[in-house]
Design a protein around this ligand. Structure first.
Ligand SMILES: *[C@@H]1O[C@H](CO)[C@@H](O)[C@H](O)[C@H]1NC(C)=O
Ligand SMILES: *[C@@H]1O[C@H](CO)[C@@H](O)[C@H](O)[C@H]1NC(C)=O
Ligand SMILES: *[C@@H]1O[C@H](CO)[C@@H](O)[C@H](O)[C@H]1NC(C)=O
Length: 324
């Protein structure tokens, strides 16, 4: 009785009968779910009735509760929400899926997905993530969405050897792999907030580490300091900081960077606001005599880089000979 009165009063004040109507209807068809990592480590979520069209005027909440170092990663497999205009990224008042993570104890919105562009993977900055599906209109052609979720401790980084005693650290040994690639947490999705990851490269005596960044989008402004609220990537010849290298942030063209000796540390650090899609880079352990020769393809490179280097040098001598 009292509640009805409040609703009527509310409708009267803001004229938003729609909002209240569909909230009430939604109470019956409850599609809210909570996943707790103690009982399930991975699975699939979908919009109601998937792959049939989802009903209009529905709100579903998908909550993920991990523990300790766990992060939640959601990887979308299909995404097809009703949107009155093709290719429109404006999600206001449209059917949409909204992602929230916990920042300073509050659930904060980090992203909104609408239309039919497949969203990139999303990852929480801590053990909790919430997705909210708001179906305002729907249509008989909109199938909704399907996504895989998992509680993980590797930040979506499936390369190198993860060090168990660190929040996020990965080791690359020249003994195990002479070359390969490495990337930021949750790549190619937005990296999570408040996250620090180390990548340690260990070469043998006389070796150096050469890195080639082929994609770089780390939110920040030069000189990439905490003062300017910048996320950054940092390089070091030591286990601690190394003033020789500038911090890197922003959207950068491809670039190369090399260690002085057999050890190199790459640090990725994000703060509690604004995100980028991170980086993807290749690494090569080089012998003393080797020179890094442009972008060799990784699969054939391990055995060939020495030959390439030698033939480059030979060519150089021939050229010098001709020029004389
Ligand atoms: C999902 O979790 C199960 C164990 O709970 C595991 O065997 C399986 O490999 C996992 N699948 C993926 C895709 O991670
Ligand atoms: C690589 O292997 C050699 C011989 O097995 C070992 O002596 C050396 O310590 C290893 N180097 C690294 C960086 O693990
Ligand atoms: C990073 O780039 C390499 C080489 O361009 C590519 O093979 C690899 O799939 C990329 N990594 C990821 C996680 O997308």
């Amino acid at each position: 009785m009292c509640r009805n009165f409040v609703i009527l009063l509310f409708i009267h004040i803001c004229g938003c009968k729609e909002v209240f109507d569909f909230r009430d209807k939604n109470k019956g068809s409850n599609c809210d779910v909570v996943y707790v990592s103690d009982s399930i480590k991975n699975g699939t979520i979908t919009s109601p009735l998937y792959p049939s069209p989802y009903p209009a005027r529905t709100i579903c909440r998908y909550e993920f509760q991990g523990k300790g170092k766990e992060r939640v990663q959601v990887v979308f497999q299909e995404f097809n929400l009703y949107h009155p205009r093709e290719d429109n990224r404006d999600c206001d008042n449209q059917d949409a899926l909204i992602a929230f993570v916990q920042i300073d104890g509050r659930m904060e919105k980090i992203d909104t997905y609408c239309g039919s562009t497949l969203p990139k993977p999303v990852m929480s900055n801590g053990p909790r993530l919430k997705l909210e599906f708001h179906a305002v209109s729907g249509s008989r052609y909109s199938r909704g969405f399907k996504a895989a979720f998992s509680f993980i401790q590797n930040f979506g980084i499936k390369i190198g050897v993860q060090l168990p005693d660190y929040p996020c650290a990965f080791v690359f040994n020249s003994n195990e792999t002479r070359s390969g690639y490495f990337y930021s947490p949750n790549y190619p999705g937005f990296y999570p907030r408040d996250t620090e990851c180390y990548y340690y490269f260990h070469g043998n005596q006389g070796e150096k580490i050469h890195l080639h960044f082929n994609y770089f989008d780390v939110e920040g402004v030069f000189p990439c300091e905490a003062k300017s609220a910048s996320d950054y990537v940092e390089f070091s010849n030591f286990v601690s900081q190394d003033r020789k290298y500038e911090k890197h942030c922003g959207q950068l063209e491809e670039f190369d960077i090399e260690s002085d000796r057999r050890f190199f540390r790459v640090t990725f650090k994000s703060n509690d606001r604004l995100d980028g899609t991170g980086f993807n880079a290749t690494y090569h352990f080089l012998d003393k005599v080797e020179v890094y020769t442009t972008r060799t393809d990784i699969t054939s490179q391990t055995t060939n880089i020495k030959d390439v280097a030698i033939s480059t040098i030979t060519l150089l001598f021939i050229l010098i000979g001709i020029l004389r």
